[in-house]
Structures are given as C-alpha cells and as structure tokens.
Write a protein that binds this ligand. Sequence first.
Ligand code: SF4
Length: 385
Amino acid sequence: MEKEIEIYIHVPFCVKKCAYCDFLSGPGDEVTIEHYVEALIQEISQCNSKKRKSTSETVTTVFLGGGTPSILSPAQIERIMGILRETFEIEKNAEITIEANPGTVTREKLKAYRCAGINRISFGLQSTNNEELKLLGRIHTFKDFLESFHLARSCGFDNINVDLISAVPRQTVESWEASLKRIIELNPEHVSAYSLIVEEGTPFAKRYGEGTEGEKELPAEEDERMMYQRTEELLEEAGYHRYEISNYAKPGRECRHNQGYWERKNYLGIGLGASSLVDNIRYKNTDDLDFYMKHAGEPDKIQEDMEQLSVVDQMEEFIFLGLRKMQGISMKEFQDVFGRTLNECYGENIERMQKSGLIVMEDGFFRLTKRGIDVSNYVFAEILG
Ligand code: SF4
C-alpha cells in the first residue's frame, strides 16, 4: 500500500550563534560543511534499502531546516535535492521548504533553489527593529531582510514564511506591533510568531535568566500577554488565520510539513540530531558531529533512543500535539485510531478543563479556548494526568 512520509533535513551550521539560541547549531568552516553535505548524501543513500523501497512511500513534504541551510552553496543544495529524488518518490506537488537567514541568500542561490524544486522559503527575521536584532545577536538588519524578501519574490517564491519573536528584552508592545505591521505590509503567506524563552546554557540565560539583573529588562507578564493578543488581532485583521498556537497563514498556505508533525504523520529526520517517527517508533540521530560525519551511512550506529511507542504514549501525543491546532482534535478520529472514545480515556480530566473554561467541545472537535491557549501547557498536563 502507498504510504506517505515527510522528510526533515538538518543543516547545523550558522554564520554566528545567536545569543538566545539553544538549537543544535553553530558556525562551521567550508571544509566541515562540505564534509557534512557528503555525510547527508551517504545517510540519504542508505535509505534506498530494499526494506524502505518495498514500503513504496511517497514523500509529501521536505523541510531543510537548521541551523541555516541557506549557508550551503547552490551546488550543495542541488546535490542534496538530487539524491533525495533518486532515493525517494517525491509527490509532484510536494511542499519543499528551505529555512534562510536574511543576508545569506543571493539571486544565484534563490534561482538554484527554484530549479531544485524548492517552493517555499522561511525567513528567520525575528524583529524589524535593528536594536532588537542586535540584542538578539542576529547577523542581519531589517534592510538585509527586505532585500532578501524582495529577491525571493522576484525569483518566483510565492510561498514565504516570516519568523518573529516577541517578549525580547526591552521590547515594548508598540515596538512589537510595529514589527507585525511592517511584515503585514509585505504580505507574506505565513507568519510564525513565538515568544522568547530564555533557555539554559545560552548567553541570554546569563544576562536575562532568573535572578540576574537583566531579568528586569524582559517585558512584564501583562505586556507579554498583550503582545500575544495583538499578534492575533493584527494578523487576523490582515487576513491570516491562526491555525496553531504560534502559526498564522493566508487561506491554503498553512505549513503542510508542520501540520504533519501535529497530526503524527510518519517523518524521517536526516542529519545531525534529527528525530524520526516511523510507524510509531521514535528515534533520533546522534548529535555528535564528528561521529555523525564518520558513520552517516550506518543507521545502526547513528540512530539512538529508539522507542516503540505504547498505545498510551500514542494517545498522549495525539492529544498534546493535536490540541496545538486551533481546530483541535477530532473525537471520531481518536476513536477510529484507538478503538475507544476520548471520554472513556480522559473523561474526568476533560470535564474538569471544560468546567474551567479552558477547553470546549464543538462539532465533534475538542479544542482549547482563548484562555486555554494562554495556559496550554497547564491544560495538556491536567488532561493527561
Ligand atoms: S540563525 Fe537560528 S539556528 Fe542559527 S544560531 Fe541563530 S537562532 Fe540559532
């Protein structure tokens, strides 16, 4: 039977590490980057085993993420896309996304992406305010972003996402609104708006973490909530609909790849530290760069933490990933997948959350209310017990 699968490819290199970032990423020299691309090619090639071929999968989305995949040369991107097409059956209308940092794309690169079949670009802008960009440790200015954005349009990209971050130190509700309004004027098809989290182990944690002097420079909780609220208001007025807690899209421009994650579709993660979910088995690749590059063609060596999910694990994922979507989760689908109703499994907890006004059940779907979205992690924990 024809199965569908999504592919994520991790490129862990960036021009410079941003001050708030705890992703698996960092600077890399040309030789290491080339060596890494070779390793990716080896890992992809070994997917072409009899076992995988016999499953006759169709790839519905590809996402080149990082890191900064746009740091790669056009020839390197072409090689990765070439081996993917040789190895997998990629759907004719597959969504193929590349993440790019403003200032790292050129006309030559963008044209090469288009030729390689990449049809969506996701710009990590974060703010339109140059002071905020500097504070975040970003390598680009807003002007650099504008150039990259217009260049992408002129090269035929008609599906562009812009990433923004709110609750940046010293940010005001007004400056956040100004960022949103400037982006809305540009009319991208998709906007991702996340709140800054001060992650342990980052330079930001030293400057703005709990108990530091800098902590006071983080926006107050009520300002943060106001930013959240204004995000939804301004984007919805401009024709974007919120389809996930932090994601907004013009109709029909939702990110299919991320929707697949929330719907627990099968996905294959390729590259350093990339995670996979295949037929309810979760695993991840090593995050040791040297080890990965040495053994990329040997799945048994690079794949770690292999876990067959129990039915309870699957139900829990179904709920906490599904509730991230504004549409919520279909009660019928839950029953079709697990052979039991949601109420049979989590009835008491659901009733309590309903009484608290944090979730509602409507038209066969069970979803977070506006208040529930504000405290989504609490709701997930309460439902799952
Ligand atoms: S560009 Fe993105 S992945 Fe790279 S360091 Fe900055 S936030 Fe992290």
